[in-house]
Ligand binder design. Structure first.
Ligand SMILES: [Zn+2]
Length: 60
């Protein structure tokens, strides 16, 4: 499923893909579609079939 968040580097709104069948908490790296820098994505299932996403810098 597609979830919107903001790039921690350039601040642009981006869409990231979360594997809805991948479990309650998922962490992975996804490159920003705008600035191409590696974003560390943490996705949490909220128990209602939706996911919330935290985006942090992967190079910190
Ligand atoms: Zn960016």
């Amino acid at each position: 499923m597609e979830v919107e968040t903001y790039c921690p580097y350039c601040g642009e709104r981006i869409s990231v893909w979360v594997d809805a069948g991948g479990g309650g908490t998922q962490r992975y790296i996804e490159d920003c579609a705008v600035c191409c820098r590696p974003i560390e994505i943490t996705a949490h299932a909220d128990g209602d079939g939706e996911f919330s996403v935290d985006a942090q810098r992967g190079d910190a």
